[in-house]
Ligand binder design. Structure first.
Ligand SMILES: [Zn+2]
Length: 378
């Protein structure tokens, strides 16, 4: 057990009796080797880069400033968020824009202890809205990933997501791009966009086509609809689910997630900002954690939400009741759930374990009080 870790940062040590996020804990978690598995490239642009690209590429943001952005990104509801997101994708034009976004994101993630990132990119949106060829998107992403590894030490891989509002033909196109893009860092097919009325099963042909060719499926599900969204997505045997917390509405489904070892990517700040969760005190992640469902933490869209990977760990500690041992477990789970080969996964997990042992003085590495088992991605 993590007794050494659990003993850290007691209220007495921090001087603030009610704040579990002590300076010691923050320093530890900032350096804790982890993967960021739920972040969108378009929603992770630096504000200055969004405005710069808008200016150079002639989008509707041209000439506006960061203050205007802050005003604009005051959400009304989930639909409003989806609309804003589409507007954000509008600033991308050529491969150099995608490369720049990847390089800057990796530079932002590195100081947060992120060693591996699986970044979602909506290539289909760029193609449909502005006619950017797939190869230009993925060449830019890959150039960015290579520079990011060299400059920041962060390994960046990509999830190409289908946007639910679009057609089944577009989903099939994205599935084919995932297969073609595997030589340039594409590791999975995702599914995003406005969830109500557009379940994963609507796109079953393309999802199965990709899976038959070895491309895993990592959809958003059970975020803006109830447990039925999770159950629907589970039919495709995803190794991870984006959000997925509405599974907590159905006891049998929680047990099934635990049994399967399906990892849920929890993004508490995003959930609050989009309004799908009203209060962290009621966030279903609390129940899912105690039920032993494997959880990881993700920033989703830092540009839109003011979130960060490290910030989500802080929020989990201060708002979701995560103990330090749970934070360690979330980071370790993120590495185990990464879509990398077994050798790379073992190397990352060993570095994580060595870091924890060095900080905590722990000899044996064991599970957090509530952590469930997660299966290795297939
Ligand atoms: Zn997301």
């Amino acid at each position: 057990m993590w007794t050494d870790v659990e003993d850290w940062g007691t209220p007495a040590a921090s001087g603030r009796r009610d704040d579990p996020w002590t300076p010691d804990l923050e320093a530890f978690v900032a350096g804790l080797p982890k993967a960021e598995l739920h972040v969108h490239l378009e929603g992770a642009l630096r504000p200055t880069t969004l405005l710069d690209l808008a200016h150079r590429n002639g989008s509707e943001f041209a000439g506006l400033d960061e203050r205007w952005l802050a005003e604009r990104f005051r959400f009304r509801d989930f639909r409003h968020f989806a609309d804003l997101y589409t507007t954000c994708t509008d600033v991308f034009r050529g491969p150099e824009d995608f490369a720049r976004a990847v390089i800057e994101l990796a530079a932002d993630l590195a100081p947060q202890g992120v060693v591996h990132a699986e970044v979602t990119c909506s290539a289909i949106t760029h193609h449909r809205d502005r006619g950017i060829p797939f190869d230009e998107v993925v060449d830019g992403l890959w150039a960015g990933a290579e520079a990011a590894r060299r400059d920041s030490g962060v390994v960046v891989r990509f999830v190409l997501d289908h946007v639910r509002d679009l057609s089944t033909e577009d989903c099939q196109r994205t599935a084919e791009w995932c297969v073609r893009g595997r030589d340039r860092g594409v590791v999975a097919l995702g599914l995003g966009g406005f969830e109500p009325g557009r379940p994963a099963s609507l796109f079953s042909g393309a999802i199965r086509w990709a899976r038959d060719r070895g491309v895993p499926f990592v959809p958003h599900a059970g975020e803006a609809v109830g447990a039925e969204g999770v159950r629907d997505a589970l039919a495709f045997d995803p190794v991870r689910l984006g959000h997925g917390f509405r599974a907590a509405d159905e006891r049998g489904l929680v047990a099934e997630l635990t049994r399967r070892g399906t990892v849920l990517e929890i993004c508490p700040t995003s959930n609050l900002r989009t309004g799908v969760v009203a209060d962290l005190a009621d966030h279903p992640a609390r129940r899912l954690r105690t039920a032993g469902v494997p959880l990881v933490l993700g920033s989703d869209d830092p540009l839109l939400f003011g979130s960060s990977t490290l910030g989500e760990y802080r929020t989990a500690a201060t708002g979701l009741g995560f103990l330090p041992a749970d934070l360690v477990a979330a980071a370790r789970t993120s590495l185990l759930a990464s879509l990398v080969d077994d050798g790379e996964r073992s190397r990352m997990v060993a570095a994580h374990d060595a870091y924890v042992a060095r900080w905590a003085g722990a000899v044996a590495v064991g599970p957090a009080p509530h952590s469930g088992g997660q299966r290795a991605p297939g």
